[in-house]
Structures are given as C-alpha cells and as structure tokens.
Design a protein around this ligand. Structure first.
Ligand code: DAT
Ligand code: MG
Length: 151
C-alpha cells in the first residue's frame, strides 16, 4: 500500500488532563502504526513555524502561548489513509461542533483547548514531520499482525 504518514500532537491540555493513553489508544486500536513518539516542551520558534499558516490570524499569539505552556506529545502515525482518517478521529476544530465519538467531541468544549493537532493533508504532514522529528527518531517497522487489518 502507499506509505502514508501523519503528524499528530497532543496539546498541553491533553497532557495535563492525563488523556495521552486514551488518545493513543484510539489510533492504535483503529489499526494505525506508531512510528514516532516523544514528549517535549515546545519552543516559541517551533510553535511559530508549526502554526506559520495562521500567523496573520487574531488567535495566533494565544495559540503560540498555549502550545508552549506545557509539554506536548508529538507523534508520527502510519497507515493507509491515515491523514484524513486521523482528522475524522480527532473531530471538528471547535469541540462544541465536533461529533460525539471523536476526540474533541468527547473531551472538549473550547476551540482554544481542543486537545490535539493533526496534519490536514499529505503535503502538510510531510512538512510537519520534518519540522518536529529527525530521521533517526522515526522507527521503520511493520506490525506482524498487519495481515489481519488489511487485505
Ligand atoms: P485544526 O487544528 O482543526 O487543523 P486550524 O488549523 O484551523 O484547526 O487552527 C489551528 C488551531 O488554532 C486550532 O486547533 C485551534 C486554534 N484556532 C483555530 N481557530 C480558532 C479561533 N477562531 N479561535 C481561537 N482559536 C482558534
Ligand atoms: Mg490545522
């Protein structure tokens, strides 16, 4: 299958609220493969680069402030269709509008505290993975149970 990867980051609210295991579980049980994982305090520089597309928006300063306010769990996940599927698992940007069953729909109520980031397209994912991870921080592996989650 075409190797597809996405970048996900559990934001400081998700880490502080002890939702890391719950969130990882959803992608793991769905059938995606975890190939990159670390916890870090995000520098202002990294935060500004990550959210560069939003730099003219009124919420940009608050967003950078928030994402640098505590540890973030940065991840790379792999699998067929993982970019768009992860966005569905995450739910709409505003947790109040997000469907129940999604991460934001189940655990959030505020757009500025929406728990998790997920790349919005394959090209964005490539850019974000390169920004957050070194090549040697990615584990290339294939689950031996793969035969049971795909044809
Ligand atoms: P998403 O995270 O769903 O890709 P986005 O890329 O449009 O959403 O925005 C990035 C983050 O910025 C989002 O997760 C939360 C914050 N944000 C977006 N719109 C906002 C708004 N109107 N007010 C406050 N924060 C906002
Ligand atoms: Mg986005």
């Amino acid at each position: 299958y075409p190797l597809e990867r996405t970048f996900l980051a559990i934001k400081p609210d998700g880490v502080q609220r002890k939702l890391v295991g719950e969130i990882i579980r959803r992608f793991e049980t769905k059938g995606f493969t975890l190939v990159g994982l670390k916890i870090l305090n995000v520098s202002r520089e990294l935060a500004e680069q990550h959210y560069d597309v939003h730099k003219e928006r009124p919420f940009f300063a608050g967003l950078v402030e928030f994402i640098t306010s505590g540890p973030v769990v940065a991840m790379v996940w792999e699998g067929e269709g993982v970019v768009s599927s992860a966005r569905k698992i995450i739910g709409a940007t505003n947790p109040l509008a997000a469907e129940p069953g999604t991460i934001r729909g189940d655990f959030g109520i505020n757009i500025g505290r929406n728990l998790i980031h997920g790349s919005d397209a394959i090209e964005t994912a490539q850019r974000e993975i390169a920004l957050w991870f070194k090549e040697e921080e990615i584990a290339n592996w294939e689950p031996t149970l793969m035969a049971w989650t795909r044809e």
